[in-house]
Design a protein around this ligand. Sequence first.
Ligand code: FE2
Length: 319
Amino acid sequence: MITLGIESTAHTLGIGIKIGDKLVNVLDTYQGSYIPRDLAEHHAKFFRPLLESALSSAEISLRDINLIAVSQGPGIGAPLSFGVGMANYLSYKLNIPVIGVNHGYAHVKIVEFTNRRSGDLALYISGGNTMILRVRDLKIIGETLDMGIGNMLDKAARHLGLRNAADLERLALQHDNYLEFPYTVKGMNTTFAGIFTYFVNRANKKLDRVENLAYSLFHTSFSMLLETLARAVFAYNADSVIVCGGVAQSRILNEMLDKFSKQYGVEILRTDNMYNRDNGAMIAVLGEELYMQGYRSSYPLEAIPRYRVSDSLKHYFNR
Ligand code: FE2
């Protein structure tokens, strides 16, 4: 079985190929502003070169592919529809099935695939998403009540004239002091608007070293997340937690997770950074697994821009 995975929900176009246990993963990320049409144009420009590069890495031709999997949502209308459209076209052209998958569920699934085991809970943290899931039924048991943690960190970075959260973290790692920041946890949910506003106001006053401001923002917002995660671990009697999504690449978070793991006796399941970013391999992995379980998408597939992860299995019929 050879599965092609297409990821185009936001600024990254990813093409993945799964051949048995082997994964090929190529991607390109648009570096400009978030204008939907520009994202779609970027993906249209890179689709063919990335597809050709993935096929040559996998040492196969297009005709060897048996199944097309695509991120059906959630995502930004224009780039998302481009990927779904390409998946429909390739399915028709190659006369093979197409299956649509939930992008968030794919983030969880790639960690299970690379660890060769499943987890009890998942902490899914990316630009737009911040949630704790029960993996077996994808029930959302905690989430942000306002902004996603990744978007909050990216906005904070741009406020300082930096590119993104990764640049902000490089700055934060040079801190020499921790500053007290507002801390808001509501049960198993979090909110980040308050801490973000506090960061902006304090940065505007220019009284603190920006390294310390950055570190305190990361440390405090991650502490909030881990408090809700600890509550979820006890409430659901969990032994293992999958950590996935773009923010899972954070070094500060991973150091805090090491301590969390020891403190609460819970195993943390992680994956390589190349699979925490948006990518096509995770789409191929989930699409193939669902297909093998008998799930089928109707043709042609339609994009679902607001596709909740808890609805991951609602858009199929079983054959
Ligand atoms: Fe993502």
